[in-house]
Write a protein that binds this ligand. Structure first.
Ligand code: AVJ
Length: 322
């Protein structure tokens, strides 16, 4: 193997397929999960520290304030199952208050998963940590070691907001299947708020979010044998009122043509590649979404401005009533 080949990351066939299909689609779009390579994850971490990006800070404060109430409602000795654990700083806050018997972080990126699990284990030497490298979009078998323990799912960050309602319900239903009857789910969901605050959070003046979005083009160039002129695109964040979501796009600033993995693509000035949705929910919206997937809301905590909310849901038993 040459040095150049060694330095190039192995081609992920799913990434290649999503990009080729997405760029050729009538409304060009690339699934948001591909934003999170090593550099993308670092840029997202930088976003969470921006003054304009309120979700992380608000949710962390909610957890600090209310983790004790979560513990009272759920009891000790549980298995905490975190979906898409990444490198979350929120987990220790929950674990300190909860005193669970086990912690199961689930992530598709084995590298991140093992790093995060090791760091967490160091802070909680007595906790049984069982990392699970898997795609949590489908129902999963949890490690045998947590069989018989009551389960609390943890899905912070309003990651659910990346998904359109149909897919979000599929995911919430899969989580219910993974966790089982009688389980609970602690989930963060971002609220609808004034558009100025939303746009500032997704189009910061320092351009960190722009760099995060544009990094997708660099990643395509680096991993998929592409020659996209990155400077021919700019970051666009917009509020889609009808869909109640922030959308991120990459907009061509001039007519541009390029190739990806041997295929040619052309974008006229003003045309966009849709790269992410971030849905926002009202008081009833979050309940309807959860209920559609078999979860009832037992408690909800929000900040003074009602900008972000943390909900404790309970798996509804199957019912025969209409
Ligand atoms: C990680 C999906 C919750 O939608 O707010 C932040 C990602 N994108 N700024 C979000 C994101 C642009 C973030 N989530």
């Amino acid at each position: 193997m040459t040095d150049a080949a060694a330095a190039r990351p192995a081609v992920d066939p799913a990434f290649r397929a999503d990009v080729l299909a997405g760029l050729a689609a009538p409304i060009p779009a690339v699934p948001a999960r591909w934003l999170y390579d090593r550099r993308g994850s670092e840029l997202f971490e930088a976003i969470t520290r921006l003054p304009e990006y309120y979700p992380t800070r608000t949710e962390t404060a909610l957890l600090e304030r209310h983790a004790g109430e979560v513990a009272e409602r759920t009891g000790p000795g549980q298995a905490v199952v975190e979906f898409g654990s990444g490198s979350s700083a929120k987990t220790p806050i929950l674990l300190r208050a909860l005193r669970p018997a086990a912690y199961v972080p689930i992530d598709i990126s084995g590298e991140f998963l093992r790093e995060a699990a090791a760091a967490l284990q160091a802070g909680f030497p007595d906790l049984a940590v069982h990392p699970l490298e898997a795609d949590f979009m489908g129902a999963l078998a949890l490690p045998d070691a947590v069989a018989g323990l009551p389960r609390l799912g943890f899905f912070p960050g309003s990651t659910i907001g990346n998904l359109v309602a149909r897919t979000a319900v599929d995911l919430l239903r899969a989580m219910k299947e993974t966790l089982g009857e009688g389980s609970r789910l602690l989930i963060g969901m971002d609220r609808i708020k004034d558009v100025e605050a939303l746009l500032a959070a997704y189009d910061d003046p320092d351009g960190v979010t722009a760099a995060f979005n544009l990094n997708l083009l660099r990643r395509i160039n680096a991993e998929l044998d592409a020659d996209i002129p990155v400077e021919a695109f700019r970051h666009r964040a917009l509020w889609n009122e009808a869909m109640s979501r922030i959308e991120m796009h990459l907009e061509a600033v001039r007519d541009v043509a390029f190739s990806v993995a041997g295929r040619r693509f052309a974008f006229a000035a003003g045309a966009t590649i849709h790269t992410e949705n971030s849905h926002k929910y009202g008081y009833r919206d979050s309940r309807l979404l959860l209920r559609a997937a078999g979860w009832g809301v037992a408690a909800e905590w929000t900040d003074d401005k009602e900008w972000f909310s943390m909900l404790l849901a309970e798996a509804e038993p199957p019912r025969f009533a209409p």
